[in-house]
Write a protein that binds this ligand. Structure first.
Ligand SMILES: Cc1ncc(COP(=O)(O)O)c(C=O)c1O
Length: 388
């Protein structure tokens, strides 16, 4: 973006800037070279060690005792496809929510269209959370998977996923948690969540570079591989080696991405996830309260910021969201996301379909002054539009 100062409020899409150590780790991995598992020369061995350490670090960050349960993927979308298409078979029924990101909704819709599966959505409330009162009655004898987002990428609302996890576990149905919006910014305990599979983006809360994500699998849960190919192991075997993580990790690993992700998590651990969470909740609260005072604004999402992650959506009466985003960037240098945010179902719940919302997502390096600046900019837009 050249010399112009920008105010980045789009961390829910991808976090930026990254900690300096992340840039350095990516650079170092590129300069080291070597592809883990391929041949035995010194570069390969160095890369192999890096991969091993990164897997241990990321697994332990998410409270996973067995590092081989962590599969590195391209992003959360890749991991979600891996889980959904690797687990479901013809005739299965899936229980999910209307607030899912398209990386859950589209694979499910495509499988339903092809007559492979049926899907039921847990009802949502007008505030964009789930109504789980009739949850038991939504399970069918052939329910094979429950999928839910941990937090809405439109409003930041944390979903009642512990209840979903408990209900699924009581029926021995696997529970797939989409933690794309919570990983790295909200404490995740796989035990209390009772999730069998957890998906995360490496490039959002965990502060890694783009092109990396992960799938964490409960031991013993069998998936068909979503991609098959070279693993550098058991090359004489004609089928994908059954050993984890190779079983689900075919192809050359994204070493710069994985090294950057490891550095991102190191950074979070050095600052403390609780401090990041505290900071972001405070900013989200300030944003929410400030926006509400501006005439003509409607703010969506949890009234109590503790019930969400730092994602705030709003609209300005009579103004197109795209126009508001355009003015925010062109006049004020503020970068945010506008529209449906790849989650049309969430907007149907909120009553903001099809126009969408303006979404603001501060991050670990956003300051109170940045939020004051943003609020002044929105107030100016509202005033100029005759709302004030
Ligand atoms: C809730 C949710 N799930 C999945 C994704 C997809 O993540 P990725 O872009 O890493 O594939 C996103 C991205 O914004 C998201 O917010």
């Amino acid at each position: 973006m050249g010399e112009t100062q920008v105010y980045y409020f789009d961390n829910a899409a991808t976090s930026w800037p990254k900690p300096e150590a992340v840039y350095r780790a990516v650079d170092r991995a590129l300069r080291t070279g070597g592809s883990p598992g391929r041949s035995g020369h010194q570069r390969t061995l160095a890369a192999e060690r890096q991969l091993y350490e990164a897997r241990e670090k990321v697994a332990s960050f998410f409270g996973v005792s067995k590092p081989s349960s962590l599969i590195f993927t391209l992003n959360a979308t890749d991991a979600l496809n891996m889980a959904i298409k690797g687990l479901l078979k013809k005739g299965d029924h899936v229980l999910t929510t209307p607030c899912e990101y398209n990386s859950v909704a589209r694979p499910l819709n495509a499988m339903a269209r092809d007559g492979l599966i049926t899907v039921t959505e847990i009802p949502c409330t007008g505030q964009g959370t789930l109504d789980v009162t009739g949850l038991s009655s939504l399970f069918l004898p052939h329910t094979a998977l429950v999928i839910a987002t941990h937090a809405s990428n439109v409003t930041g609302q944390l979903m009642p996923v512990e209840e979903l996890g408990a209900a699924a576990r009581a029926r021995q149905v696997p529970f797939l948690l989409d933690a794309a919006q919570t990983a790295g910014v909200y404490p995740l305990s796989l035990k209390t969540l009772q999730a069998d599979m957890v998906v995360f983006s490496g490039h959002k809360g965990p502060l890694g570079p783009q092109g990396v994500g992960g799938l964490i699998l409960e031991e013993g849960l069998a998936l068909r591989p979503w991609r098959e190919g070279g693993t550098g192991s058991r090359s004489h075997e004609v089928l994908q080696p059954q050993v984890m993580p190779d079983y689900l990790e075919a192809g050359t690993m994204n070493m710069p991405g994985i090294a950057g992700l490891q550095a991102g998590i190191d950074y979070i651990e050095s600052v403390g996830l609780d401090s990041i969470r505290f900071h972001e909740v405070r900013l989200a609260s300030k944003l929410r309260e400030g926006l509400k005072k501006i005439p003509g604004t409607r703010v969506y999402g949890p009234a109590d910021p503790e019930e969400g992650v730092a994602v705030v959506s709003f609209t300005l009466d009579g103004l197109d969201c795209g126009d508001v985003g355009f003015i925010l960037e062109e006049v004020h240098g503020i970068l945010c996301r506008t529209g449906l945010h790849c989650a049309p179902g969430a907007h149907r719940c909120l009553g903001t379909f099809p126009q969408g919302t303006v979404r603001l997502s501060p991050g670990f390096s956003t300051t109170e002054e940045d939020v004051d600046y943003l609020l002044e900019a929105v107030a100016e837009i509202a005033f100029e539009a005759g709302l004030g």
